[in-house]
Design a protein around this ligand. Sequence first.
Ligand SMILES: *Cc1c(COP(=O)(O)O)cnc(C)c1O
Length: 459
Amino acid sequence: MELPFSESYRIKMVETIRKSTREEREQWIKEAKYNLFNLKSDYVFIDLLTDSGTGAMSDKQWSELMLGDESYAGARSYYNMKNAIKNILGFDYFLPTHQGRAAENVLYSTIIKEGDVLPGNSHFDTTKGHIEFRKALAIDCTIDEAADTQLEIPFKGNMDPAKLEAVLKKYPKEKIPAVVLTVTNNTAGGQPVSMANIREVSAICKKYGVNLQIDSARFAENAYFIKTREKGYENKTIKEIVKEMFSYADIMTMSSKKDAIVNMGGFVAFKNEELWKKCQMFCIMNEGFITYGGMSGRDMNALAQGLDEGTEFDYLETRIKQVEYLGAKLDEYGIPYQRPAGGHAIFVDAKKILTHVPKEEFIAQTLGIELYLEAGIRGVEIGSILADRDPVTRENRYPKLELLRLAIPRRTYTNNHMDVIAAALKNVYDRRESINRGYVITKEFPIMRHFTVELEPAK
Ligand SMILES: *Cc1c(COP(=O)(O)O)cnc(C)c1O
């Protein structure tokens, strides 16, 4: 008999989580103004809000914390991080930052001016926020296929080379500080980008003389998909694939809270020494001295160790098969989600489920609240609240997709938890016809409103 698949680790420490009653949850979500970000984590049973900084560190990472060098300048821990970035990712220069958006802030404060244009494949929300805050334009060049949730293609996160080239033709290169390629493509459903696409985008960037920035939060998951789906890479190691991916990039920004499996941290890395030097000023002003940026020595140590573990095949296989397992359960129940299952999350297709809720009442947010009420499971809206308003007209933008993202933290939950999630969603799915009203906004920030938005049930 063939042995079933199982995790490539065992558990050394546990953390208690508690169930609640539906009455309690009704009260709590109301007090939270129907914004899942406003809930106390104690009020959540299974937390799928994000896979960012919520993973479990390994015994080796915890050991590295003890070895951290907290010297202000030139710490050993900085050099550990530098070596990992050089050896695993191939970049000579970098600046540590407190997380991914801080890396964006340091980079974009240096390279973006008003009126600039940054084409990309579904820019991540903080990336777009940083671009639009500087009165520059984030142009989405994702392939059209990404918007069809039921279409199964291996690299649904790809950038459309024709769309990219059209943008590069239209604007002079002085107006294009970087092309932003996000791997995996988070906003389009955690979908990977193929090596062929990275190579082609890089060639186009070179042709037009613009920098290629890889927004790298889930680069290792992307490498796993290249290994398992792209011809010619089946016999390469994850580390070899990662090296090739980054060989095409000029800049990388990294949220280490994802594939470096730490709770906090990030960096921006460069091939070009001049650009690294230019960015140092904003690092010193906003983050910290260039050999620690926004990080403590122990955290840089854990990050270096995490980059190594995060680029091991066995770990990635365990992780991605767990996401697939949840996807297979949803298939069993007929619940539609962005196919195929992404690397870090399942994106449930809320528009196909809550067909009676008008888009003005935030379909994916409504599904997220229903799932929380059902079982204390917290997902997150990737829909029109997140899409925010048009920077010019200030009208709501209603994206093609209304998704409820169920992000799976790394090495944190078991497949029994996946079974609970699937069953809870099935219960909501079974009563979908009775859900016909959503929510309206009562308070919102001018930018990145989703974190703090306040809502009430539509009347
Ligand atoms: C998380 C993320 C960021 C921002 O990183 P933070 O650490 O949350 O600031 C940027 N890009 C992508 C693709 C991400 O997933």
